[in-house]
Design a protein around this ligand. Structure first.
Ligand SMILES: *Cc1c(COP(=O)(O)O)cnc(C)c1O
Length: 359
């Protein structure tokens, strides 16, 4: 068997979820498991969190259907709401909560023909300018939904924070005051906090919180690591050294011969590449753990392999264990060196490296 796989500690996900709940004791926390549970496996993560949560959340109705088909029975919030008029009946019958952001989705709800009322959340644009109703549009939308037999009572007003990963950004407080004044006007309960809100912005804790990234043990904050909040990374991406060679000063390594040895060096080749989701833009110098010790990536990332500089490492052999990220090296650090964010690395895992579950 290929020596590359991601170990996922399901117990860590439960612990991280419980931490999210403890940090916001007055809120109900909906676990966000979109994008294959941030690469950790949609169904397994749903199964382990189902007994803990009031509801699960995914981005699209297809993901919610997949969960129902697999036997998950908890309520499921669909973050982008209905994508088609027929989705309303499907949502009503399956206890999917639709986070509706657009007038067209409201019209589908009002004109739908179904016996069970559907649970509707309303997305409000408080400044991110991506999705949601502007405050002035809410009067009409709330009035229409309130008088429709198709809709369950108690709408929830929801907004998404644009800058909560940065503690010094005034945007978060502005967004909070906008949604608070609208919820007050319409007497609606609210949902504001993502992981960053839960961890660092108590004023964003409302009736419903929506933790995602933190559940997987990683910090959404630019300037804090997961440890500092007591989070534990759930995934460790493991591989092995599959070859070691000496290169002379002046010799290049990998595609484009981008990395050139400054002195006689030892190069290790590792059985992971961008075909697995290792970031192709990771530059030479990106940290990799070989035998638990940091070594720098040397040369371009290929589809099936990376090369590292082992010159400074003693007693290293073919078959030795490699960690690309996980408990010994945060995915955030790897991402930041590679010019991306840990979210993208995790959501971009291709599935070629199998997920191996541990309790
Ligand atoms: C993805 C998402 C979240 C979770 O955000 P994290 O930063 O991963 O905690 C919350 N709400 C919405 C609407 C989302 O799309």
């Amino acid at each position: 068997m290929r020596p590359t796989s991601a170990t996922v500690r399901l117990g860590a996900i439960v612990d991280n979820y419980r931490l999210a709940c403890r940090l916001a004791p007055g809120s109900k926390s909906i676990a966000i498991i979109k994008a294959n549970a941030y690469g950790h496996g949609l169904l397994k993560v749903a199964q382990v969190l189902e007994p803990e949560v009031p509801a699960l959340a995914v981005a699209f109705i297809d993901e919610a259907v997949q969960l129902r088909d697999a036997g998950i029975s908890k309520s499921i919030l669909v973050l982008q709401g209905a994508t088609h008029a027929d989705d309303i009946v499907e949502a009503a019958e399956n206890d999917f909560w639709l986070l509706q952001h657009h007038q067209r989705q409201i019209e589908w709800v009002l004109s739908s023909n179904h016996s069970k009322p559907v649970k509707v959340w309303l997305k409000m644009d408080t400044g991110m300018h991506r999705l949601g109703f502007v405050p002035e549009a809410l009067d009409q939308v709330c009035a229409d939904l309130a008088s429709s037999p198709n809709v369950q009572r108690e709408l929830v007003l929801c907004t998404h924070l644009a800058c909560a990963d940065d503690m010094s950004n005034p945007m978060t407080s502005e967004q909070v005051s906008k949604i608070q004044s609208s919820s007050g006007n319409h007497n609606l309960s609210m949902s504001i906090a993502n992981s960053a809100g839960i961890l660092c912005w108590p004023e964003t804790h409302a009736e419903w919180n929506r933790p995602g990234y933190m559940l997987y043990g990683n910090s959404p904050m630019v300037s804090f690591d997961g440890d500092s909040f007591g989070l534990s990374p759930a995934m460790t991406m493991n591989s092995q050294v599959i070859a070691i060679r000496d290169v002379k000063a002046g010799q290049g390594v990998g595609y484009g011969s981008d990395w050139v040895a400054k002195k006689h060096s030892r190069i290790g080749t590792i059985a992971i590449g961008y075909g697995d989701g290792y970031p192709r833009h990771a530059p030479s110098g990106t940290p990799v753990l070989v035998n638990g010790q940091r070594v720098p990536l040397a040369g371009r990332v290929s589809m099936d392999a990376i090369t590292v500089d082992l010159t400074e490492l003693e007693n290293v052999d073919v078959g030795d264990p490699v960690e690309l990220w996980g408990q010994g090296l945060s995915v955030n650090e790897v991402a930041s060196v590679a010019g991306t964010i840990g979210y993208e690395i995790l959501a971009g895992l291709t599935g070629r490296a199998p997920l191996i579950y541990q309790s």
